[in-house]
Ligand binder design. Structure first.
Ligand code: NAP
Length: 315
C-alpha cells in the first residue's frame, strides 16, 4: 500500500523550495522531487544582485542551499528523482517517478525551464565537447582560450562577463542589433576590454565534429549574407530557456511556447476548467517575468492554495 502524501512539489529551484518552506511550515510534510536540474537555474548562476535582502548580492548556489536548509527545517523531504508519467484525472494523483510510484492529494508543478539550444546538428554533436549552456559549470575548461557566447539578453551578458575570468577573449554573437538585455548588463558587457560584440551574426555550423572538440564557428552576417570562420575553442549558448512541461501535454493547458497556463497566478486548467489540487509556479508558468523573486512569489501562492485546498477537501 503506497502512503498518500499531502503535497508533492516537482522541482527544487527557487519556486519549488519556497513552496516547500510554506507547506512545510503549515505541517504538510512536503515531498520535493529534485528533478533533472536540482536547485534549478540559480544553482548554475553566479552573483544574484536583485534578490531583496542581500545588499551586496549573494551567489546563486548559496541562496538555493539556504532555501533548501530552511525547507528541511520545516519538515520538507527531498528525493533525487524526476517525473516519468502522471495521470491528473485521478485522485489521489499517481506519479510515476524514477524513484517509484508516489501518490499525492495535491501537486505543485515547479519544474522550471531549461536552456535552449540553437538546434544545429554540429552543436548537438559537440555538447560537452566545447559546446555548453552553463558558463559557471564549464567556464573553467577554457582558461586562456578564445570562446564565443550567443544571445542578446541578460543571460548572454552574464555568461560573457563571467567567462572573461577564464577566456583570453569572448566574442558575443547576436542575431540582431537591438538587445533584450537590461541597460546595466549590456553596458557592463560592452565596456569590457575582453568582450567583442558581433551583431547581426548567426552561427551556421560548429566546426570540429570529427575531431570531437570545437575547432571554430562558421558565422553568417544576416544583413550582407557574408560568411566567415571564427577561431574559438568553445561556444556558450545564452539564448533563453524553454519550460519543462512536456509531461503534462494533453492534461493541462499550455501556451504556444509550452508554458503552463495558469488562472489567478497558480491554478492550472484543462480546456479552460481549473484542475483541482494541481498548481503551477515559477518559470514553468511564467514567460513574462522569469525572475528569482517572482518564482519565489508564485511558489508561495501555490503553497497557500494547497493549504486552502486541503482544508476544504480534507487531508
Ligand atoms: P531572453 O531575454 O529571452 O533573451 C534571449 C536572447 O537569445 C535574445 O537576445 C534572443 O534574440 C536570443 N535568441 C533566442 N533564440 C535564438 C536563436 N535560436 N538563435 C540566436 N539567438 C537566439 O532570455 P534570457 O537572457 O535568458 O533572460 C530571461 C529572463 O531572465 C529575463 O527576464 C532576464 O532579465 C532574466 N535574467 C536576469 C539576469 C540578471 O539580472 N542578472 C540574468 C539572466 C537572466 P532576439 O532578441 O533576437 O529574440
Amino acid at each position: 500500500m503506497i502512503e498518500t502524501q499531502d503535497t508533492v512539489i516537482l522541482g527544487s529551484g527557487c519556486s519549488g523550495l519556497t513552496a516547500a518552506i510554506y507547506t512545510g511550515r503549515a505541517g504538510l510534510k512536503p515531498l520535493v522531487l529534485e528533478g533533472h536540474e536540482p536547485g534549478g537555474q540559480l544553482s548554475i548562476t553566479t552573483l544574484v544582485e536583485n534578490f531583496p535582502g542581500w545588499p551586496e548580492g549573494i551567489q546563486g548556489p548559496e541562496l538555493i542551499e539556504n532555501m533548501k536548509k530552511q525547507a528541511a527545517k520545516f519538515g520538507a523531504t527531498f528525493q533525487l528523482a524526476h517525473l516519468v508519467a502522471v495521470d491528473l484525472s485521478q485522485r489521489p494523483i499517481k506519479l510515476k517517478t524514477t524513484a517509484g510510484e508516489i501518490h499525492t492529494r495535491t501537486l505543485i508543478i515547479a519544474s522550471g525551464a531549461s536552456a535552449r539550444w540553437l538546434g544545429l546538428p554540429s552543436e548537438q554533436a559537440l555538447i560537452g565537447h566545447g559546446v555548453s549552456s552553463c558558463a559557471t559549470c564549464d567556464g573553467f575548461f577554457f582558461r586562456g582560450k578564445p570562446i564565443a557566447v550567443v544571445g542578446g539578453g541578460d543571460s548572454a551578458m552574464e555568461e560573457a562577463l563571467f567567462l572573461t575570468r577564464f577566456a583570453s577573449k569572448v566574442t558575443l554573437l547576436h542575431r540582431r542589433d537591438a538587445f533584450r538585455a537590461s541597460k546595466i548588463m549590456l553596458e557592463r558587457a560592452l565596456a569590457h576590454p575582453n568582450i567583442e560584440l558581433r551583431a547581426n551574426t548567426v552561427v551556421d555550423e560548429v566546426l570540429g565534429v570529427e575531431e570531437k572538440e570545437v575547432k571554430g564557428l562558421k558565422l553568417r552576417d544576416v544583413k550582407s549574407g557574408e560568411t566567415c570562420t571564427l577561431d574559438v575553442d568553445g561556444l556558450f549558448l545564452g539564448i533563453g530557456h524553454k519550460p519543462n512541461a512536456k509531461m503534462f501535454a494533453g492534461q493541462l493547458d499550455t501556451d504556444e511556447e509550452g508554458y503552463i497556463r495558469t488562472s489567478n497566478n497558480v491554478f492550472t486548467t484543462h480546456n479552460g476548467v481549473v484542475v483541482p489540487g494541481v498548481f503551477a509556479s515559477g518559470d514553468v508558468q511564467d514567460r513574462r517575468y522569469r525572475q528569482a523573486i517572482t518564482a519565489a512569489g508564485t511558489g508561495c501562492m501555490a503553497a497557500l492554495e494547497v493549504e486552502k485546498y486541503l482544508e476544504e477537501h480534507g487531508r
